[in-house]
Design a protein around this ligand. Structure first.
Ligand code: NAD
Length: 298
């Protein structure tokens, strides 16, 4: 059934997500402050409005896909009073768990029905409609959102109550960041010890050190031809985004008293790398480890 949707944030992810909703027959009112993003959405078939609030008026569902939690809370302050009672608010941005809970509380306080629904799958997944959605919020809200989320995603998982979708996202990405650093250290150690990348791959990909970082996203060229290492570390998943997600994970570790030393170290490692290499794929961390090892070993 066609739904009336408001969509805010028509960037790398939001633009193609909104386009998929339109292709599936939904009626999309859209807003973004950037003219080029608005123009692309207009070409894709969205009706463009002039303010954030206007995108929330008389909608069944309002979707936000914004850069950070402060913006989500600021935009919610404009959207919530403009929306009809019991509008379903779905925030797909990756934001702090605490901000996601605050946004949900604001929405409930204003008489609406919130979900946090961050995604993985990147720009390619957004364009293909194959994102994975990790959803936090009530059962009834989840059931109502499912048809819309399934247009944009290949897999939709209800993870728990408010903020728990964001929890799943940062736990996964913290694990990915830690495993990419650990894998890169092992690869550079192997290089120093005379182990070729291919031999490393042939052994570790079927041994107990196996990981997604190695078998799908190998950080050195050769063993996995589709990985960004074979394309001069063009993202993929940019270091800036990994740095952001590890910062959110570090906040959550501290806020919840978790002894997460490796997560904090990965956050520190990517924060430093991000100062020089924000636009490169996050797997390029192996080049940083190699360069620093050469300097230290010299
Ligand atoms: P982006 O910067 O390309 O897009 C964000 C858009 O929000 C921009 O077009 C910006 O103009 C718009 N915006 C800012 N203020 C606004 C407002 N008040 N009202 C409406 N729109 C506003 O970022 P992106 O890559 O599309 O990422 C969006 C979110 O998705 C982020 O939280 C990011 O962490 C997450 N994410 C990104 C990826 C990825 O691969 N790019 C993957 C998974 C999750």
């Amino acid at each position: 059934m066609s739904k009336k949707i408001g969509f805010l944030g028509l960037g790398h992810m939001g633009g193609p997500m909104a386009a998929n909703l339109i292709r599936a027959g939904h009626d999309v009112l859209a807003f973004d402050p950037v003219p080029a993003a608005r123009e692309q959405a207009r070409e894709d078939g969205a009706t463009i409005v002039d303010t954030a609030a206007a995108a929330a008026i008389d909608r069944d569902v309002v979707i936000t896909m914004l850069p950070n939690g402060k913006l989500v809370l600021d935009v919610y302050a404009e959207l919530l009073p403009a929306a009809a009672p019991e509008t379903l608010f779905i925030d797909c941005s990756t934001i702090d768990v605490a901000d996601a809970k605050a946004a949900a509380e604001l929405a409930v306080g204003a008489g609406h029905r919130p979900l946090d629904a961050p995604v993985s799958g990147g720009v390619a997944g957004a364009a293909a409609g194959t994102l994975t959605f990790m959803v936090g919020g009530g059962e009834a809200e989840f059931a109502d959102a499912l048809d819309v989320l399934e247009v944009m995603g290949g897999k939709v998982v209800h993870c728990g109550g408010a903020g728990v979708g964001q929890a799943a996202k940062i736990c996964n990405n913290m694990l990915l960041g830690v495993s990419m650093v650990a894998l890169s250290e092992a690869l550079v150690l192997g290089e120093k010890l005379g182990l070729s990348h291919q031999s490393f791959f042939d052994v570790v990909s079927t041994a107990s050190g196996q990981s997604w970082a190695l078998t799908s996203y190998c950080p050195v060229p050769g063993p996995v031809p589709t990985s960004p290492a074979n394309n001069d570390y063009q993202p993929g998943f940019a270091t800036a985004l990994m740095n952001k997600d590890l910062g959110l994970a570090a906040n959550a570790l501290r806020d919840n008293g978790v002894d997460g030393r490796f997560g904090l170290l990965a956050a520190e490692t990517y924060s430093r790398f991000n100062q020089t290499d924000a636009a490169r794929d996050f797997s390029a961390i192996v080049t940083d480890i190699r360069n620093r090892s050469d300097q230290e070993g010299a």
